[in-house]
Ligand binder design. Structure first.
Ligand code: VGL
Ligand code: ZN
Length: 237
């Protein structure tokens, strides 16, 4: 029997219409899908993980840190090894301690009680490093609401989430959340690299760009993952 964890990526107010600072179009439509997935009378997940994009103020991914560049443009940055890379820059979002960073309330209610086998993974906490994948974050003992953490946590080198899932005997991950073309696809690619059987539930995710979201599904399938419910997922005009 496979042993599957569900990973809910970044279902936070700043990614949700109507007033998130980086609202994903139609992002709120995934809430009932996730509610169904977490219905304990239907499904019995041995592990549930919710990731939380959790940036310090002035994070490197914010356009406001790169004047005069506009949100959604790209800038060239230099990493710690002197390598130049391209980074899409965003409106300020998911700043630690703000409402926009909070996981959506209905979802939070369903995740209770936090603790054993229900974990929050926080990512993007290092001011100078972007982190899209939940596998680049910290497995926290966070309670509701968010606790403050240090602004300058170093990025973990080995993935705490991989370690945690393995310790629970998990071999399969079922992924939903926001946004398909960024954090969901990065999380799925990490999961595949770490040799987890990887399943995306298409109706439970939306992309910042609908087109790029669909390209991400193709890419995940090419890498060996599975995408279920494509026909009914993300089919708004
Ligand atoms: C995300 C852009 C910036 C995401 C996070 O959750 O997909 N996108 N930070
Ligand atoms: Zn972010």
């Amino acid at each position: 029997m496979p042993k599957a964890a569900v990973i809910i990526v970044d279902v936070q107010y700043d990614f949700l219409p109507p007033d998130g600072s980086l609202a994903v179009p139609h992002g709120d439509e995934i809430l009932p899908v996730i509610e169904g997935l977490l219905d304990r009378s239907k499904w019995d997940w041995p592990v549930i993980v919710a990731s939380q994009d959790y940036h310090p103020k002035e994070h490197i991914s914010f356009a406001s840190s790169h004047p005069p560049h506009d949100p959604f443009s790209k800038v060239q940055l230099t990493d710690a090894n002197g390598k130049i890379y391209e980074q899409t820059i965003w409106p300020d979002h998911c700043v630690q301690g703000t409402r926009g960073a909070e996981i959506e309330k209905g979802l939070r209610g369903q995740l209770k009680p936090w603790g054993v086998r229900v974990k929050v993974v926080r990512k993007g906490t290092n001011i100078g490093i972007e982190a899209y994948s939940a596998f680049e974050g910290y497995v926290t003992e966070a309670t509701d609401p968010a606790e403050p953490i240090s602004d300058h946590e170093p990025q973990p080198t080995e993935s705490p989430l991989t370690k945690y899932l393995r310790s629970e005997g998990i071999d399969t991950v079922v992924i939903v959340g926001l946004a398909t073309d960024f954090c969901v696809s990065a999380t799925a690619r990490s999961a595949i690299s770490a040799s987890f059987e990887t399943i995306l539930v298409a109706p439970g995710m939306r992309g910042i760009s609908q087109d790029d979201g669909k390209k991400a599904w193709d890419e995940i399938e090419r890498l060996g993952g599975t995408v279920v419910g494509k026909e009914s997922g993300d089919d708004w005009e």
